[in-house]
Structure formats: structure tokens, C-alpha cells
Design a protein around this ligand. Sequence first.
Ligand SMILES: Cc1cc2nc3c(=O)[nH]c(=O)nc-3n(C[C@H](O)[C@H](O)[C@H](O)COP(=O)(O)O)c2cc1C
Ligand code: SF4
Length: 448
Amino acid sequence: MTVVATTRRQAYPARPAARLPRLLAGLVGGRPAGLNQHESSFGPLPLPEAAWSGNEAAGRRAATRLIDVVERSGLTGRGGAGFPTGRKLRSVAAGPGPAVVVANGSEGEPASRKDRLLLSRTPHLVLDGISLAAFAIGATEAYLVVHDDDARLVAGLEAAVQAREVAGIDQVPIQVVGIEGRYVASEQTAIVQHLNGGPGLPTFAPPRTHERGVAGRPTAVNNVETLAHLAMIARYGHTWFREAGTPSAPGTTLVTVSGAIARPGVSEIELGAPIGEVLMQAGGPAERPQAVLVGGYFGTWLPAEEAWRVSMSHPGLRSVGGAMGAGILVVLPESSCGLAETARVVRYLADEGAGQCGPCIFGLPALADALADLAYHGGRGDAVDRIAGLIPLIEGRGACRHPDGATQLAASALAAFSHDARWHDVEGPCYGVRRAPLLPVPGDLESW
Ligand SMILES: Cc1cc2nc3c(=O)[nH]c(=O)nc-3n(C[C@H](O)[C@H](O)[C@H](O)COP(=O)(O)O)c2cc1C
Ligand code: SF4
């Protein structure tokens, strides 16, 4: 069942029967899908007739129906925290006055490529999602935010927006906005502050973004992958969406697989697939695996044999103390040092902190120092205790989740590499610290 009708009289292509691929079904050849190709893959933007009719009451009813469908689909945000998308849209729609929609395509996670893939290869699916979200919440402004250092991506998106303007597709004009490439600049309150003319740094909630965001108006910030799923759900319905995945984790998701893996890259998986299966679909480990970093730089190290069985879903990862994050999987080979990799990333996160709160000013640099001490010096027998002592002093004390993400990574490293940590602490560094770095941090990205 198609959920909403369209005023543009093209026929919809048949609903995709296969469970995979969905978002990536429109990827043909190596070039971005233009508007014609997008519409022949997915059909036109499925805005309801009521959106164009000028009948305000009918428009509101259709908008509520769209939010209902998104809620019933069980779609959760793909930007990291996994918040239910329908609930977010409903609370923004209920706010006072015209709302604002912001698509977060800034992809601050250095080990993630999924948002860039969507934006560069199938931009109209994301732009459809922005238009539909704007309709659902009654937005009069829409922004698509990406890093300003990727001039080619920005130019491609501007061209895609212009093509839609010429075709008269979107009711609300979409503005492409470039933001600074810092890690915390991609956090939603930082984006809102940037759009309000301030620095791209997180602000102190409340008021929350969904209550008072851009220009003080109710604002929905959604990850671009989330919006691409929304565009599919609006076309094919919540029952179709739930045909993939599991009842508690419905649908598909994009994952970026890297590290010691035969075919690194982005793929689309059903939520709930065991991590081992996902890695085997990427060609399997290129070297004997030691551990897997799941979720990204706010994520969790899991020993390889444990990771293999865990399901790639919020409930599956929560059950082992992990999180989906931005759908990142990095395979660490036995020849690498997980402590050295963690020390490099926590140093990067410490340097990226906005320096506004105690845990970012004092806590993260101290944690990075202690981890570097353990990884590269060791031998004094006190570094593990120092790290374990610092973590509770940092956790839960920042205005945003940045410090907690870093402590989660550090704590999981002490657990997953507990044997190595004791060795480093007493004997000094292992041979793995001499290996070339595996986890990308900006500055050495070109080697990724
Ligand atoms: C430090 C930090 C960095 C973040 N970086 C991103 C990012 O690069 N992309 C993203 O979509 N969300 C990022 N988030 C989450 C956003 O703040 C926001 O929750 C998300 O864009 C909401 O979209 P969703 O509900 O579709 O997941 C970040 C959060 C934090 C705390
Ligand atoms: S915790 Fe750090 S990144 Fe977050 S608002 Fe405070 S200083 Fe900024």
C-alpha cells in the first residue's frame, strides 16, 4: 500500500520486494543519481494531495497521518542515539508556531562514510526525506548541513536542490549549509547555534532543540540516513519497513566496515543481523581478528569472538554494554594494539572538546594522558588504576555527551583488552604499538 498519493502524475515503480537493498537500491554506476534516475527508481516525492490543496485542515490531517506511519514503522534515528523518529516529529509538530527541519549530514565520525555515500550518490532520497519531514511538522524552513571542507559534496547538493527548484518539487526551500569539520560541531545544539549565527559549539540544554531551536522555533534535527528511511516509509508504508529487521529493531541500516577486513566500505544490512555475518559479507577478516570497535568513537570494543555473535541493533548491543552509534564496525587485527588505538582516538576526542565544561577542559586531557602513558610507556603499574579512577569523575558531567562517549570507549578498552592492559602496566608496551595506526583521525584520513 502506498501511504500517500502524489499530485505529480507519474506512476510509482513497484514496491521493492527484496528486503535488501533499500536505501542503496538507487545506486547505479559510480555517479550521483540525478532527479530522473531517482524518480525512475523510487517514483516522485510522495507528498499528499492535501499538501498542495491549500486546505489547511486537510493538510494537517495528512501530516498527522504521515507521522503516525513513521511512528508505526518503529524507525529510530541513525545519527547515534537511536531516538524514535516519529516521536521526535510529533513533539516538534506540537510546538508553537512554524517549525524548522535540519538534516544532519555532517558525519563527524571519522570512521563513518554512510552519510557521505547517501548524499553523494542518492541525494534526492535525502532531499525527499527533508521535504516530507518539513510537511509532517509544518516547517517553513529546511536546512541540509554538511561539512564545509567537502566542496564537491556541497556543490553536488546545491545542484540537486536547484534541479528540484526548477521542477517545483519541494514546498519548503532547502538550504545547503556548510559547517566546520570539528567533531562536536556535528552535535545538534552546535548546529542550531551555528544556524543562529553563533559559533558551532554545543549549547547547554534546556531549552531543547525540539522546543526552541533555529530562530527560537521548534526544530527537528534528523540524521540524513533517518530522513532517507522516512522517504521510503512514506512511499511503501510501515508494514513494508518492518518486513526487514526484527520486531524490536525494524528495518535496515547502513554500516561502515573498515580495519582488517577484505572489502571495507558501506553496506546496507537488516537490523539484528549478527555482527559476524555482516563482517563475512564484507569479505571476512583480512587478518586474524582480535576485537571489533562497534558504533564509532563513542562506541565499544568487543572481543572478536563475542562481537561475532552479537546482533547489530540497539537492543542487541545494549545487552553487552554497547551501542549502535553511527553503525560503524572496525576490525582490529591481533597484530595491532587496542590500547594504542584507543589512546590515539581519546587524544583526538580530547582535542576536539569545545572547552566549555570541566570534563572537556580537565577530564578528557587527563584521560588521554593516562591512556597514552599506559599504551606507549607503561611499566609503572599504576596507569590502569588512574584510568579507572578518572572515568567516574568525567562521566555525566558535560553539557553534551562528548565526554561520556570518550569514557565509554576508554572503559570498554580496559575490559576488552584487560590482559594487554595488565601487561602494558607492568612490563611496558607490546609490539602492536609499532604498527601503523588503524583507526582514522583527521589529519591521517587520506591513509584510510
Ligand atoms: C559530539 C556529538 C557529535 C555528533 N555528531 C553527529 C553527526 O556527525 N551526525 C549525526 O547525524 N548526529 C550526530 N550527533 C547526534 C546529533 O546531536 C543528533 O542527535 C542527531 O543528528 C539526531 O538525528 P537522529 O535522531 O536522526 O539520529 C552527535 C552527537 C554528539 C554528542
Ligand atoms: S561537554 Fe565538552 S563538548 Fe560538550 S558542551 Fe561541554 S565542553 Fe562542549
